[in-house]
Design a binder for this molecule. Sequence first.
Ligand code: HEC
Ligand code: HEC
Length: 507
Amino acid sequence: MESSAFHLRRNRFSTKEVAVKMRKSFLLFVLLFSQLIFVKTVYSDSREIYDRKCAGCHGIEGDGQGPGISSIYPPPRDFRTWIFKYKSTPADYPPTDEDLFRMVKKGIPGTAMPGFEGILKDEEVKSVIQYIKKFSMFETEEEEIPVVKIDGIPKLEPSAVERGKKLYKEFGCPKCHGDKGRGDGPRSQELEDDWGNKIVPRNLTKGWTHRRGSSIEDIYITLKIGIPGTPMPSFLEALEEMREDKGIEVESNEFEKDPWSLAYYVHSLQEEPNFGTTSRVKYVDKLPNNPEDETWSFAKPVRFHLIGQVISTPRNFTPSVEDILVKAVHNGKEIAILVEWDDPTRTNLGSEDKIAIEFPITFERREKPFFVLGNTDNPVNLWVFENGGFYEAYAEGVETLRKQTNNNLFGSWVYENGRYHVLFKRLMNTEDEEDTIIKPLKFLPIAFFVWDGFNGEAGLKCSVSTWYYLIPEGNPSDKIFVIPILVVLLTFTFEVILMKRIKTNKK
Ligand code: HEC
Ligand code: HEC
């Protein structure tokens, strides 16, 4: 795709190494192993469970070298080491059986580690856990293990969140997680795990991506233990680093005095997931002019899933943008669409980070174009934000993408604390043949492409969504929209009466 719009750039940054590891075999691997993992059977012993359900990733010897592993990030755990990430014991102690049981049952969100709930019985999980323990030094005589145990969470008054906010700053969380928790701290792009892989801080606003879990209890344990094998410190390690940074003896340990307030605060950063498939476009009298306009509070936000584009080369196996939040309003003449997504690295004043919204040009036939830039007989209209500017593009297939000569699109944007807020505004009917016409009360397919320049994304290497829908509301004061509803109701009543008559006649 050599067009001016999404021109290819060479990848310059290093998540590439990770992407290279994941290439090609990934889909094949998923296909092969999903068969093995999700089939229920009766097993003769724990070894058989392990060999059938776990060894494909964790290796027959428990060394994390299963046949498919070159394609997985983060890689499957090497059970010969002591390193377990989501346990309730300090870094240099082995996990408890309950820790292992929990992770095997529930799986680890955002990684290849599947949950075995409903696939293995509880006794089977327990026996396979005993089996994997044999790979490590677990067999050696265990001393007393200091387990973090929680006996319910204390009810805190609302001011605790404020205290937690102070602790969040004081203990250096923003260095990695950023001021608002969006993973955009100054150190966020320089971190590596103990195996030498690039690793990024979690976006704390997205509870659904948390690997141990997103409840207040889960966060509390994460703070007590840290995430062994990664730069995510335990609270005591964070305290130690703070002492070093400031070069002073920090007398009291504020966290130990008030341990739950930080967990409460971190939990309070989480946003509603609001995942959906359709965005209702609210009718308003006056359209908003910028992403901060108060009118947006009337619009219902909907979050859409995005995935790395892996259908055409160059493929994207490590997308950095995995969802996008959409709000939309119209006034009968113009439509305004606000899209918001998190990108911890703003590159070149928004020049390499960009977004395109895609619509079919016509949707009368109810047939959607191919979601990656349409087809010859079903072209698409794209609204693009690039280099701080807005323009429309046309495509009827990947090779044909071009900027349109008539640009009817306006916009305005803000980037702050690791988040883009981009507002697109256009006439609903421009009378331009290459433009989608947007009509009230008609479902309109909509799809998205997002690029994170820092992640080496350019051209077709991007995040992409499947087709979702917009449905613009009718003008509430407009009788035209009431009449069809009345007609439907009357017809329905008439039919019911008719059916009853027929029934009584039959009797
Ligand atoms: C499709 C690949 C795959 C399969 C199959 C699989 N795992 Fe995993 N497992 C992973 C990956 C990847 C990780 C590392 C996740 C991370 O680092 O966050 C992991 C991590 C783990 C962990 C470490 C949890 C922690 O707290 O650090 C345990 C325990 C585990 N797996 C047990 C099992 C068991 C038992 C089975 C079989 C019943 C199994 N896994 C099957 C991919 C897999
Ligand atoms: C040196 C960088 C760094 C600092 C400082 C840091 N974190 Fe993290 N944090 C990380 C990384 C990296 C991860 C993701 C690890 C992974 O992918 O397994 C993470 C993950 C997390 C998670 C997600 C746990 C889960 O279940 O997925 C939470 C919650 C969290 N950090 C909270 C905090 C808080 C609160 C502080 C301040 C006390 C803090 N972090 C300080 C780097 C850091």
